[in-house]
Design a protein around this ligand. Structure first.
Ligand code: ADP
Length: 329
């Protein structure tokens, strides 16, 4: 890989078809980072196993997600796009790094406590070790930089600590201590206008919908709850339809809605129809590319296989250095 400003690593669990939240909160940034960094993007299927009870969905979800990423502009000829479990060295590094990780630190993490609360019937061993596996993901591919939102900062700080402990105890500086690239990730609300857009909330707008499906789902969006009738003035500042307009519509549209909604000059139905139109315009090139790529179901697996091959070259080098440092030769 040619060196740009450094190497970025990011992973996401295979959640299937991507929605506007994934797009605005992650994918758009993934695409932009390619201009400045060597990028390694991983579909973290092992992480998914800690929470997913429908294991049979992993394969399909992986293919759908990779297809969305590629259609959105990830360039596999320069970016490494692969599946976590296709490079088994990550489990080896995870085991080694786990010996340098105090258990109390893991069980104290707020994210672990959240998971315990959310799935008391499935507090598995992998759930505790999740941040160690994440540290292995980042360090195995010699990433310099990891894009993180505020809620993920503690995980990256954790990874940095594990690296420092490894270096201190082995006396060898073989891993890269990853830097945070703080990015303002918007929190996109779902069609209910209340909760974060997400599959589990069933409030998502998928990128790959048809224009008609997009119109239909946008029509179900909850607007300003105070606005009961067409003639009531609305408050765009509390309306998620307006928030999405800010990401997909022109500045003229945005100021028109801002002005007209407040004096009931535009109704919610008109406003939603305009949003659906703008979304369909914005997503048209993505959708065309996606259908083109989907014509060959093998293509996406070939990309992921090639990504795993390139990722393995870096992984093999790192694991050899780590084992030598840890005395495992
Ligand atoms: P993961 O569990 O790997 O975070 P998700 O599908 O929840 O998988 O998220 C993948 C990426 O998309 C993450 O970077 C996440 O922050 C982003 N994302 C997901 N939903 C939203 C949302 N509603 N608003 C903003 N970003 C989101």
């Amino acid at each position: 890989m040619s060196k740009k400003k450094g190497r970025v690593f990011s992973g996401a669990r295979p959640t299937g078809r991507q929605h506007l939240g994934n797009y605005l909160g992650a994918i758009r940034n993934y695409v932009e980072l390619q201009a400045e960094y060597d990028c390694v993007y991983c579909i973290v299927d092992l992480h998914a196993m800690t929470t997913l009870d429908q294991l049979h969905r992993i394969r399909l979800n992986t293919a759908e997600m990779a297809l969305d990423w590629l259609a959105a502009g990830l360039r596999p000829e320069e970016t490494i796009l692969f599946v976590q479990s296709h490079v088994p060295q990550v489990t080896e590094l995870h085991t080694i790094l786990s010996m340098f990780t105090p258990l109390g630190k893991l069980t104290d993490l707020p994210t672990f406590k959240d998971k315990v609360r959310l799935q008391p019937q499935n507090i598995n061993y992998g759930l505790v070790g999740y941040p160690v596996l994440m540290t292995a993901d980042i360090t195995l591919y010699k990433a310099d930089v990891v894009p993180v939102g505020v809620d993920q900062e503690s995980h990256l700080e954790f990874a940095r600590e594990v690296v420092r402990t490894f270096h201190y105890r082995t006396g060898r500086q073989v891993l890269i201590e990853p830097q945070m690239k703080n990015t303002e990730f918007p929190k996109v609300l779902g069609t209910d206008g209340k909760r974060k857009m997400g599959k589990s909330e069933d409030n998502q707008i998928e990128l790959a919908l048809t224009p008609k499906e997009t119109e239909k789902v946008v029509r179900t969006m909850v607007t300003d709850p105070q606005r009961q009738r067409r003639d009531d003035p609305g408050d765009p500042d509390v309306c998620n339809v307006f928030t999405l307009h800010k990401s997909f519509s022109s500045s003229d549209d945005i100021s028109m809605i801002d002005r007209e909604c407040r004096k009931a000059g535009i109704g919610c139905v008109d406003c939603k129809n305009l949003l659906a139109k703008r979304l369909n315009e914005h997503l048209q090139p993505f959708r065309e590319r996606r259908s083109e790529l989907a014509k060959d179901p093998q293509y996406v697996w070939e990309v992921l296989e090639d990504g795993a091959r390139r990722a393995t070259i870096v992984a093999a080098e790192t694991i050899a250095e780590v084992k030598a440092a840890a005395g495992l030769t």
